[in-house]
Write a protein of this length. Structure first.
Length: 141
């Protein structure tokens, strides 16, 4: 005859998740230890140090300034449109990736800056940027 107890019998469970955590910890530990066990043999080399060198080449950048009258200045020299076109096409023929920066004066009109932008594109140049300056009252974010 079987006598029953009023205390319920608990079934034992095997929890696998903590075992997996421990196995990953051991795997990572063994990997780190094995990396430290490698013997790295290197040769000492006395390489010469570079002296202070100045670059003699100037990047091929074209800076165009548009004033309030719509005149175009290149390196603070005013150029007529035919001269500007020939200068741009010559620079483009020497370097097809020549960058052009267009800066408009504070009182220059939007239309005159867009005219210069279209004029530069007509010369074949595709690397064009509009250079802007932040006002001193408005700091950059």
């Amino acid at each position: 005859m079987k006598i029953r107890t009023p205390i319920p019998e608990k079934k034992s469970r095997l929890e696998i998740i903590p075992l997996i955590d421990i196995m990953f910890f051991l795997l990572a530990s063994f990997m780190m230890v094995s990396l430290q066990m490698q013997i790295v043999q290197t040769l000492k080399a006395n390489l010469p140090t570079a002296t202070l060198a100045t670059s003699t080449t100037k990047p091929d950048i074209v800076n165009l300034d548009v004033n309030k009258d719509g005149d175009v200045l290149v390196d603070d020299k005013a150029l007529a449109l035919p001269d500007l076109y020939s200068m741009l096409t010559n620079r483009y023929s020497m370097n097809t990736n020549v960058p052009v920066y267009i800066t408009g004066a504070e009182d220059a009109t939007h239309g005159s800056v867009m005219f210069v932008l279209d004029f530069v594109k007509h010369a074949g140049i595709r690397n064009i940027a509009i250079a802007v300056n932040a006002e001193p009252d408005h700091p950059n974010p």
